[in-house]
Write a protein that binds this ligand. Structure first.
Ligand code: PLP
Length: 393
């Protein structure tokens, strides 16, 4: 008999991986599946980044690095933050981690314990709630509403803060909605946070490079009043099409940096050395690879939006960032999860049901448009045929 801790009964996961596994299994049985389920760019990593990793291996970067990451990469992150947001960040506060996820894992571990509350976006990235529950803390969902353009509301967020609040998690541009919170709303939130000086913030900005219609990303790093309680999460997975490399980074308040370093020493020692050198090439190299990829996502965004709004019982507001559309399917008569499952099994289209991102996701599906225009059009056509012929289960 293995006596594991009860907390594992509360640990969740990401259903997107289960959908990917099912879609792959169906495809291997010969089924033609269009996969709009998984959230990763369908582009290869730009060649100059791959070349830098190969060179690093040939140059002998085979050993451990400092747990916090090699200094040239931490410096490159600081330069990149300055270039994009005109903020000054010391490389001594930058931590290199194996993916964006590890920052949230560490931050939630640092603050979560029974009796305290952690605020997180709902619908939102499922790992937030999963990790909060694992620690025994009480997850407090901050509803992300379609009526608000899928931006978070400063007023509603602030109204949920109590004396037990130990951490506030924010995410813009957002998964799964594609929502981008406008600067005025972020200004209002930060102003309100001045009344709550003990509430730290973890800002997940992994989609920062993916905003559309000329809207510039507003980083929480630009607000000096919360800098000493801000954990800024970013990484290479989405912006440089590097999901499989496992490269993320974050900026920590001085007080927390050493805790993060110790967690890294205990968990993974350091990020793969060659990957770190690839990260330097990504951040210091030409950025047109990012611009081109985002321009392509922008084109597909219009295709997916137009297609979804033609489907019976479906409506979709314009996503402003990331590469997700979050259509409202409540008028179709279907609940989201049975619809997602029937679309995969019967129509060969992989999408994710909104409730996989939290209770406020009911009535919605998430479609990732990190797929070719041709596949997006095929998926929309199949969804249209399916909704026309099949009554809700
Ligand atoms: N944060 C959000 C909002 C995400 O959607 C994802 C990945 O889907 C991550 C973080 C994690 O990224 P990574 O693959 O670098 O761990």
């Amino acid at each position: 008999m293995l006596h594991t801790i009860a907390a594992f009964d509360r640990l969740g996961e990401e259903n997107a991986f289960a959908v990917l596994a099912r879609a792959t299994a169906l495809a291997s049985q010969g089924r033609d599946i269009v996969n709009l389920g998984i959230g990763q760019p369908d582009f290869p990593t730009p060649p100059h980044i791959v070349d830098a990793a190969v060179k690093a291996l040939r140059d002998g970067h085979h050993g451990y690095t400092p747990a916090t990451g090699v200094l040239p990469l931490r410096e490159a992150v600081a330069r990149d933050l300055h270039r994009r947001f005109s903020v000054d960040v010391s490389p001594e506060r930058v931590m290199i981690l194996p993916g964006g996820k590890v920052t949230m894992f560490m931050a939630i571990l640092m603050f979560g314990e029974p009796g305290i509350e952690i605020l997180y976006p709902d619908p939102g990235f499922p790992i937030y709630r999963s990790m909060i529950e694992f620690t025994g803390a009480t997850p407090i969902p901050v509803p992300i509403r379609e009526a608000n353009g899928f931006a978070f509301s400063a007023q509603e967020t602030l109204s949920l803060i109590t004396p037990r609040t130990r951490l506030l998690i924010l995410n813009s541009p957002a998964n799964p909605t594609g929502g981008v919170t406008p600067k005025a709303e972020i200004d209002a939130l930060v102003a309100g946070l001045e009344r709550h000086p003990d509430v730290p913030v973890m800002s997940d900005e992994i989609y920062a490079s993916m905003t559309y219609d000329g809207e510039a990303h507003v980083s929480l790093l630009s607000y000096p009043s919360i800098r000493e309680r801000l954990i800024h999460l970013d990484g290479a997975s989405k912006s440089y099409a590097m999901t499989g490399w496992r490269l993320g980074w974050s900026v920590w308040p001085q007080k927390l940096y050493d805790f993060a370093r110790k967690l890294a020493v205990n968990a993974h020692s350091c990020v793969n050395a060659a990957t770190q050198w690839a990260g330097i090439a990504a951040l210091d190299g030409p950025q047109d690879c990012v611009t081109k990829m985002v321009a392509e996502f922008d084109k597909r965004r219009h295709v997916v939006l137009d297609g979804l709004n033609r489907l019976p019982g479906v409506s979709c507001i314009k996503p402003k960032g990331a590469f997700y559309a979050f259509p409202n399917i409540s008028r179709s008569g279907w609940k989201a999860k049975p619809l997602a499952s029937a679309l995969l099994e019967e129509a060969g289209v992989a999408v994710i049901g909104g409730p996989d991102f939290g209770v406020h996701g009911e009535g919605y599906l998430r479609l990732s448009y990190a797929n070719s225009t041709e596949n997006i059009l095929r998926a929309i056509e199949r969804m249209g045929e399916f909704l026309a012929r099949r009554k809700a289960a």
